[in-house]
Design a protein. Sequence first.
Length: 674
Amino acid sequence: MNRIFQSLIQSDFGSEDHGNFEAAIAEGNSLAHWWRDSDTPGLPWKRGQVIVSGGVAGAGAIIQSDFGDGDHKNFEVVVPLRVSGGRVELWHFFHNNSDVNLPWQRGQRVTGDADDVAGPAALVQSDFGDGDHKNFEVVVPLRASGGRVELWHFFHNNSDVNLPWQRGQQVADNVTGPGILIQSDFGGNGHGNFEVLVAERRRLSHFFHDNSDVGLPWQRGQFVTDSLAGWASLIQGNFGSGTHKNFEVLAEECDESVVAYWHPNQDVTLPWLRDKPVIGRGYRVRLSDTQKIVQVTGEFDRQGWDGTGTPPPAHNRTETQFRVRGTDLGSSFVHKERTYFLFGDTWRVGQRPEDQDLDSIAFTTDTNPDDGLDLRFLDRPPLIHPPVPQNGFNVPLDGVSVNESMFVFFSTDARLPDGRALMGRSILTRSSNDGFDFDSLYEFSRDKFINVSVERVTLAAADAEAVGAGSHDVLCIWGSGRYRSSDVYLAILPVSGLATRTGLRFYAGEGGAHAWSDRESDAAPLFCSGCVGELSVRWNPFLERFILMFNSDSPRGIVLHAAPKPWGPWAHEPIMVFDAGFRAPGLDPFDPCLGDGYGRFMHVAWDVKRCDHLHDDMFGSPRENEWGGEYGPYQIANLAKGSRNESTQLYFVMSTWNPYQVVLMTTRLSADII
């Protein structure tokens, strides 16, 4: 619980332009003040005075307050100290900055007589208080009965420095790390709200206090990430389009990666959104045999084209044959001895504005993927009854054939806060005419299963009993929540209850151990990821493993995890299936044109370097300066080949964004690396 950055501020010492940096740094069981002179760039950090010698049981938190009679206001520190009997207390120290040579002074104990501090505290000076000096506010984790840890708020009324610290309210009742505290610009009666982030196992959760009434309880907000693996930090920045500016977070996630998140505060109901990784995650191994076979959609395949004359034709020439100019996704399943593909937002020849981005469905009877797949598209988009939004980012997700009917999951009600795509919810539908019309059965999820991949599985007797689904014949539903900002979760639904949602169970365990719940809120991540968007899970009979593929931002590319059972244990480290920017040894590592995907069949923006003619004008204007991107790796499980317990040849489709098309890919996966 002590794994947290040492505390850092910028003070009013130093030149007129830049205040010095000040830090409280633990040195063994002591806490020392360090500072850096900002007047001259490149000067080293200097050690100041010892704040407290001995007994330090965690990191200190430092601020500069409004106390002090000299030119420079006082420094204030709170730090956990171990006392006799092993109990830990939180103590306040301060430095009178009217004379930098004065020693640090011990203030008062923050926590109560019987409190046992479980980790570092967070300290701010708020805008509360009636005197000349505003109050200090602290949140600190305290050990409770039964091994639980609670996060509590304490404050000091600075109208009288001799007053004791007072206990406020409990912030959260079962935490696994220290809290982060700021005062935001939300709230009424002249006081901004308090905002706290705190770890609840792997979940980083947001709590807030409405300071318009100090008697109100703390409230739970939304979670930031389910992949927390260490520290986090929180500020309120100056970005944002509403009255209240956005919250910004850095969080340590899987394998010491660092990822930024933000909350668009123009609408408090919006979720936290994932930004690009600051430090990306690595991977254990890369599959060197991954390659493109053909481009299966579109009229032209511009790979290798020099920009003159007519480009080479794409495998299916879908513009000529089916009026389909471009599309993406393509999850597949077998229905009535055909392999059906569910494509996403589709651009058609001569489409009406109201038909823009409507989806498409195709099928094949082709069983030899090595020379491409011959597709036949249905002659109109799939229609859902009663109607739901089916335009941009509202797409078919995956399906299964049961009793001559297609059961297909769709996403709908997508929105674009701050220009960021968010899928709204998933629904389950049924088609009795092979993919032309779908009757909506029910809403499946608005939380952790907005994007899904499904596989029909026959459970062993012991596993069926442990799951508690009441059946051996089940549909395993792997899901992700926030679009490309989620972990992977698992639900299991008896096939007999598919039309009514009867018997649905959610995996709530860890490491593959059986633990199940009827509540979606209890669903637990299968492994650490944080960035799952489009995903595909299929059983591979040659390796006797469930193979999960998805597009990732950390590490960037198409990655793979494997597990012997739907719930795991799943391999922790990802396997890199396809890295679009990977350069083979001996090639210039900085040339964007030499990647395994970029410069070959994925466009490199011309404002970076002009090295291909792959771009299209799919969305109404030429896209020379828009990068391609890999996503939507959907396995075609019924076409996989292999040798039992040795290796398998996987086939999957993948979207490339620019060009806005779907390509058929293949890779070899051996048993010794999963």
